[in-house]
Design a protein around this ligand. Structure first.
Ligand code: CDP
Length: 793
């Protein structure tokens, strides 16, 4: 069943879940400026590390002279790739099974690549010494446009790989090519469109960094680092360095935004570790904004051709797509091994199709490595953009209202669980009420009337719709692993004698409010108030193993683990309570926070009474050990599939081609809602990201491979000025397999908003005969589109 709400339901402040006004437990430290980030870590005798980066995109290294740098005041060490190579550390594995240079030895392969590092007494001395390193480069032609990467004359970028004679990275396909071809051949209408999702950057507020402290006496490495996946990183360091895991402690303290940027292992982390080993001191590396933008994991960069087949009256029959994926110089994506294109397979969207097929080719180019899941579950953003744009192209061709076209084709509730034509099993969904609620909040019919009147007057108003289904919560481990590590997550719950508790998680918050929401989940299950539950994460010595936070997997995976571990504790508490009340377990009734004797409401014990008994004097029932704690590792049986309907209203200035997002209506369905305020914050943030991608953001390069977006003066990100007051609503369709019915939500808005905004702009330009324009829809691009001169993206 689904319930629909335009605004928050009635006050439910007394309940741990869906708590209307529960403030975030972590905020007192953040609003007081007392957050503790990696750059706040100060250790006695700590040194500072700076990285020399390649000024060019593709060149052979002829020589590196570090003599002057070594003699520079305050310098403790200067390390090159050659020195690392002698220790077998010049190359490291990436989380997608490729290798990446820690420091370049043979060639540089993108502008900004790490070439050498300096460790010095302070940040200034380290940076000054970089200027004294003399590198001689022998320039090579760069490959910048993915469309030319496979040309026979293209220089081979990855000649480090044995037998590599071209820039091919991988091929991937999904769906049924022949069945899709048959449906296309027989269809009344076929629409094709070239669609580019440009390279963008997650650009978190905090850049990446690390403090490494290797203690040669203990033989132990402590690494504070900006990582969304501390346990996975630790295992990788163990594999590379040959150190056992218990000799490596990865601590991920407060993180100033991750958005996928902090999933990969960056050369800087490894340099900091080597720097500490070489100098015998703690070493800090913090990159600056430009380094973050030019060298760390970018996102998207897909050149797509979308095709849709339909009947004349608007029944969608099939979707086909061909994708050229630009992975940069090293494949630095963190995608599950079986899914090199992430979850792009959900490009069939929210519609009931007869057939679908995708063929993808990925290539290497002389650009920064990446392909990270920027606020999305492994390439879902690209998939949703493709389907929602091509459906709008179909509406344009059929002269149908895009909302009506979607309503006609959305999956129906009785079709769930629904297996898509590419093999994904959508767990639950009830799409039409979500769509209708968005239309109701928007006042859709009225908006169309307003638009018609404005068109008469030559004013450019557009209404854009996007309906999305996401797939979040990777595992299950049988299908999904990263470098052989199964995608499941541990959780441990300990109830102290006084009835307060600590829950330890393998996922890692980056601002999403986990310290609050995980306490709420445990509170719901075990009756201890959220304020009495401490949430620990981000320290591999003190938390159970798991794969970390990205792809909105925390709630679907670790949220389920937290609920189940609490139930395990409750089961034990029930046995202890039965002993305390001298009744059988079957005679006990659990009502939020206490066990009651059935039919005798006066006799009960609270969970706090049980906690004290579990640790205290007196006998416990036979076979029951003291203490009140449990541990589990949760392996999800499926992903969760949140959905949403977004409607965007834009005005385009006919004189300047400036786009103004006037209204944006977002109705999200993430199943059971844990904390409505946090969900709203996640949605607001994601929608703002969407405005950035749709209208402003692009990492561009000149033909020589110089990155043109190396600062926030050039790489524009949205501010409060560019965004409207968001209008949100929600429906609730619980996940059938998640213990509390919750689905993820952290990334829904980033996924769903770009197509809604682009569809709105294209709709505004309809009087000019425009049926597509590529992001980012800057004034110059909109101007060109209005004049029928769309530039090559
Ligand atoms: O993995 P990540 O934390 O980035 O994403 P998520 O699991 O979607 O959760 C983002 C935040 O929203 C967390 O604090 C969740 O607990 C909260 N949330 C919620 O309150 N209710 C849901 N159904 C899903 C997420």
């Amino acid at each position: 069943t689904t319930t629909a709400h335009r605004v928050e339901p009635e006050n439910n402040d007394h309940k741990p879940l869906g708590h209307g006004r529960m403030l975030r437990k972590e905020d007192p430290r953040f609003v007081r400026g007392r957050g503790r980030y990696v750059d706040d870590v100060q250790l006695p005798g700590m040194l500072h590390l700076a990285i020399l980066r390649s000024p060019v995109a593709h060149a052979r290294i002829v020589s590196i002279d570090v003599t002057a740098a070594q003699a520079s005041p305050g310098v403790r060490a200067v390390v090159t790739g050659e020195a690392l190579g002698e220790q077998g550390l010049a190359w490291m594995p990436t989380l997608s099974g490729d290798v990446q240079a820690v420091l370049a030895t043979d060639k540089v392969r993108f502008q900004g690549q790490e070439v050498a590092f300096v460790v010095a007494d302070d940040r200034y001395a380290a940076r000054d010494a970089l200027e004294l390193i003399d590198v001689e480069y022998d320039m090579l032609d760069p490959v910048i446009d993915a469309r030319t990467a496979l040309a026979p004359e293209a220089p081979v970028i990855r000649d480090d790989l044995d037998g590599k004679s071209d820039n091919h990275c991988f091929d991937w396909e999904t769906g049924d090519a022949e069945a899709t071809e048959r449906v296309f051949a027989a269809a009344d209408v076929v629409v094709s469109q070239d669609i580019v999702y440009p390279r963008v950057h997650p650009a978190p507020m905090e850049t990446c960094g690390a403090v490494a402290d290797f203690d040669p006496v203990e033989g132990k490495l402590r690494l504070w680092s900006t990582t969304q996946a501390p346990h996975a990183h630790r295992t990788l360091y163990a594999m590379v360095a040959g150190l056992p895991e218990h000799k490596i402690q990865v601590i991920s303290p407060d993180i100033g935004g991750g958005f996928g940027n902090k999933v990969p292992i960056y050369p800087g982390y490894v340099c900091a570790i080597v720097g500490s080993i070489v100098t015998g001191k703690p070493v800090k590396w913090m990159e600056d904004r430009s380094e973050n933008l030019i060298s760390t994991g970018f996102a998207r960069d897909y050149v797509m051709r979308g095709e849709i087949a339909a009947t004349r009256d608007g029944k969608i029959l099939a979707i086909r797509t061909n994708v050229l994926a630009d992975h940069g110089a090293f494949n630095g994506t963190a995608a599950p091994v079986k899914y090199p294109a992430g979850f792009f397979g959900v490009f069939t969207g929210s519609y009931d199709l007869q057939a679908a097929y995708c063929k993808m080719t990925a290539v290497y180019t002389n650009k920064a490595p990446g392909g990270v899941a920027y606020a999305c579950s492994f390439r879902i953003t690209e998939a949703v953009y493709l389907v929602e744009r091509i459906v709008d192209c179909l509406a344009y061709r059929l002269e149908m209202d895009p909302a009506q076209l979607r309503l006609k084709n959305l999956l129906r509730p009785e079709q769930f669980p629904y297996t898509t034509r590419t093999g994904w099993v959508y767990d639950s969904g009830n799409y039409e009420p979500t769509m209708r609620l968005a239309m109701e909040i928007a006042g859709y019919e009225e908006l169309r009337r307003e638009q018609a009147e404005k068109r008469e007057r030559g004013e450019l108003m557009g209404i854009g719709i996007a309906f999305f289904t996401e797939a979040v919560g990777a595992g299950p481990r049988k299908d999904m692993d990263i470098l052989g590590l199964g995608m499941a997550d541990g959780c441990e719950l300990r109830v102290h004698p006084t009835g307060k508790a600590v829950v330890r998680l393998s996922v890692q918050t980056q601002g999403q409010g986990h310290e609050t929401t995980f306490a709420q989940i445990v509170a719901e299950e075990i009756g201890i108030p959220p304020d009495d539950i401490d949430v620990l994460h981000g320290d591999t010595d003190n938390t159970p193993f798991g794969l970390g936070t990205y792809g909105s997997r925390s709630t679907p995976v670790s949220g389920a683990a937290a609920a189940l571990v609490a139930r395990k504790v409750r089961d034990k508490a029930r046995i202890i309570a039965s002993g305390m009340l001298e009744v059988s377990v079957a005679d006990l009734e659990w009502r939020k926070g206490a066990f009651h004797v059935k039919g005798d409401p006066g006799r009960s014990v609270t969970i706090q009474d049980v906690a004290m008994r579990a640790h205290g004097a007196g006998d416990l029932p036979d076979g029951i050990e003291g203490g009140l704690e449990a541990q589990i590792c949760y392996n999800p049986s499926n992903l969760t599939y949140p959905h949403g309907a977004y409607i965007c209203v834009v005005d385009v200035d006919p004189g300047t081609a400036q786009v103004k997002v006037r209204r944006f209506i977002a109705v999200d369905d993430c199943g059971t809602r844990i904390n409505p305020m946090i969900i709203e914050g996640q949605v607001h943030g994601g929608l703002t990201d969407g405005v950035g991608m749709a209208l402003m953001e692009m990492i561009a390069f000149d033909p020589d491979g110089n990155c043109l977006g190396a600062s926030l003066m050039d790489y524009l990100i949205p501010t409060a000025l560019e965004v409207p007051d968001w209008e949100t609503g929600f429906t609730v369709t619980p996940s059938p397999h998640h213990p509390i019915g919750a689905k993820g939500v952290g990334e829904s808005a980033t996924v769903g908003s770009p197509p809604a905004i682009v569809n709105a702009v294209v709709d505004a330009l309809k009087p000019f005969g425009v049926s597509h324009a590529d992001m980012p829809l800057t004034p110059s691009r909109v101007w060109d589109a209005m004049r029928g001169a769309a530039r090559p993206p």
